[in-house]
Design a protein around this ligand. Sequence first.
Ligand SMILES: CC(C)(COP(=O)(O)OP(=O)(O)OC[C@H]1O[C@@H](n2cnc3c(N)ncnc32)[C@H](O)[C@@H]1OP(=O)(O)O)[C@@H](O)C(=O)NCCC(=O)NCCS
Length: 332
Amino acid sequence: MQKIHAAITAVGGYVPDYVMTNAELETIVDTTDEWIQSRTGIKERHILKGEGLGTSDMGAEAVNLLLKKRGISAMDIDLIICATTTPDMQFPATANVISDKVGAKNAFGFDVNAACSGFIYALNTGAQFIETGKYKKVIVVGGDKMSSIVNYEDRTTCIIFGDGAGAVLLEPNNEGTGIIDSILRSDGSGRVHLHQKAGGSVKPASMETVMNKEHYIYQEGQPVFKFAVKNMADVSAEIMERNQLTGDDVAWLVPHQANKRIISATADRMGLPESKVMINIERYGNTTNGTLPLCLWEWESRLHKGDNIILAAFGGGFTWGATYIKWAYDTK
Ligand SMILES: CC(C)(COP(=O)(O)OP(=O)(O)OC[C@H]1O[C@@H](n2cnc3c(N)ncnc32)[C@H](O)[C@@H]1OP(=O)(O)O)[C@@H](O)C(=O)NCCC(=O)NCCS
């Protein structure tokens, strides 16, 4: 009997309406459009504006779109996993808030926090629930309202991040398509280079932490860059090697969108031309957990059943990983 694979069977995405261009950032910090584009590849990013709106609102939009496309009801969903670094609140889990907002009353849910690798971790977590045969419909959401933790006085970070969310539906498949293989890694010693200093149990929020701007992203750009270039490329090459895939066999690379230069280094290492790489960083910036599902959402109509697709990510922690998917459907 064929092994049960977890296959992506529908994709949804959402980016907020407001577009923050590099020109707008020029009016806020000492930077230029030319610097931002040449160092990162980013031209603009979307920002979620409006009182009381958070990651769950974007996630719920993506899930509703996905349900509509697949023609199923929210009541059919068994589980929602949300990968996010900017949960609506410390607790409860944003997945539970999304379940409530979309009416997934039969689903249980939880969050995964692995910074920018969260979506890949959550996708593989969701796949396990399908592969056991116990669950039939699992939604994995990746989304972040990065603007809620970006310091718009820090030109080294505020240029990079944007807001957005995507979602995929996982269902059992016994035709040999779906999630085939994954390599997931982490190294907690890397936390010194990329983290949020306050608001957790080590340093709870206080007047002092707010005054010191310790609730924003702290990032040492260069060590993160070096780490990302090496590890995202290594793990992508490794997953190709152990599945006997050459550059010709791979239809698409879906890379985390943190910096265009990191994406290019990974594609080069895999022997892939840019035409086989999903890149939307110029319009969205780094939406953290949103990057991979937003790429799948945008490229969905160009994907074909049987396409070999490699997802690759890295992020704070450090965390990194790659997943090999044989795409399961043609879009009608
Ligand atoms: C952040 C990042 C874009 C900075 O690019 P970089 O080429 O490494 O730039 P550097 O940090 O070496 O800075 C070079 C110069 O540009 C300046 N600079 C930094 N940000 C700037 C900005 N927005 N506009 C203009 N100048 C800027 C620096 O102050 C520095 O000036 P100096 O030489 O006078 O000191 C890059 O390091 C990066 O992408 N790192 C990885 C970040 C990442 O992927 N994060 C997400 C993890 S999931």
